[in-house]
Design a protein around this ligand. Structure first.
Ligand code: GRF
Length: 226
């Protein structure tokens, strides 16, 4: 049985697209039951509809509190019977109650090497700081923003003065590789946890070809198809 997912977006949805593409290629053993956006104009909704995926807008502005908003999102997810929730550029902080509804089944992608540069502007903050390496992180979500146990990280060089946009583009290409991979590991039941250390159960599988990605370091390594 494929892992059934709800994907939450707020914007362009290129990470959503990377999940859809891998599912359609038959390498990601998952099914997206629902895409939820807190913004009606999010292009991620169009991407979902183009692939026949049900969508739902839960506008945060229409809800009096974070709890009320999260309850509505939770209802939608439960109605579509999604087992795991994927935050793909979802720019809202979720309440502890929501987080606790999906223990080890709630994943986020962040465009920086956590714990450096959490928050809404990870790429710009890293570029402004002048780091020489940045990247992206897929992690389990806990009650603290951009804090939960790390599943996979990818690092890329950052160049002086190039600005956040150039760095963001370099990072985004790797986001599209590591996020579907992390979801596949979840689908395969290969992610264990000791304290906050995520253990990936081994599998006899060839590794991915990273040529064309430019200089980067990905750990754990990507497997074939990702
Ligand atoms: C990505 O950089 C993601 O890491 C961050 O927001 C951006 C969303 O991009 N959380 P998209 O909507 O998936 O294209």
């Amino acid at each position: 049985m494929p892992l059934s997912l709800a994907v939450l977006v707020s914007g362009g949805g290129s990470n959503l697209q990377s999940l859809i593409d891998r599912i359609e290629q038959g390498v990601l053993d998952a099914e997206i039951k629902l895409v939820v956006s807190n913004k009606p104009e999010a292009y991620g909704l169009v991407r979902a509809s183009e692939h026949g995926i049900p969508t739902r807008v839960v506008a945060h502005a229409d809800h009096p509190s974070r709890e009320a908003f999260d309850t509505e999102v939770l209802r939608a997810i439960e109605a579509h019977q999604a087992e795991a929730v994927i935050l793909a550029g979802f720019m809202r902080i979720l309440t502890p109650g929501f987080v606790q509804s999906f223990p080890r089944r709630l994943l986020n992608i962040h465009p920086a090497l956590l714990p450096s540069f959490p928050g809404a502007h990870g790429q710009r903050d890293a570029a402004d700081y002048g780091v020489r390496i940045s990247g992206c992180t897929v992690h389990f979500v806990d009650e603290i923003m951009d804090h939960g146990p790390v599943i996979i990280q990818a690092a890329v060089p950052a160049e002086p003065g190039e600005g956040g946009d150039a760095l963001a583009a370099r990072i985004l290409r790797l986001e599209h590789r590591i996020f579907p991979q992390a979801v596949q590991w979840l689908a395969e039941g290969r992610l264990g946890m000791e304290d906050r250390h995520v253990r990936l159960a081994p599998a006899k599988r060839p590794l991915a070809d990273l040529s064309g990605l430019g200089p980067c370091l990905v750990n754990p390594p990507l497997e074939q198809g990702f």
